[in-house]
Design a protein around this ligand. Sequence first.
Ligand code: ATP
Ligand code: MG
Length: 153
Amino acid sequence: MRWDTVVELPEPADTEAYGEELGRELAAGDLVVLSGPLGAGKTALVRGLARGLKVAGPITSPTFVIAREHRPLPEGPGVPLVHVDAYRLGMVGSVADELDDLDLDTDLTEAVVAVEWGEGVAERLAESHVLVHLERRADDVREARAERVGVRA
Ligand SMILES: Nc1ncnc2c1ncn2[C@@H]1O[C@H](COP(=O)(O)OP(=O)(O)OP(=O)(O)O)[C@@H](O)[C@H]1O
Ligand SMILES: [Mg+2]
């Protein structure tokens, strides 16, 4: 995984491969925040995360459902993925509080949580997390940069 480096992602498949690479490095209790504008590729990246973590799909862009739980596949490390679309929720509070309110079946300390978030909001996060920032260039190539923010629990 190329941390703290801007990576060019020309095609959706490149974004998925990047997410897959990241997914292989994640462990239970990790929070991944995906920030970037509409259509930047946040959901495409989560699709790759699911592949790297080996959890069941499909990863979709939820319109009504704001959080989806993806169960581990037998061949994977056994960590479920919770995919939250806070972009549509307009979430402003702490991620932990908002997730509590969703009343999910999955114990979040035993899952990887990936949250799609709008621009600038991630900077206000107190919890330690992996921040992936995605940009869409004028030539349609995406640029991604992943960093670990704060101390890992
Ligand atoms: N390099 C690329 N990486 C990712 N998506 C790309 C790329 N090039 C083109 N696309 C297209 O851009 C769109 C990205 O959609 P996606 O739903 O992943 O973005 P998003 O950031 O989750 O958007 P939203 O803000 O609506 O949630 C898709 O239609 C995809 O095919
Ligand atoms: Mg999306």
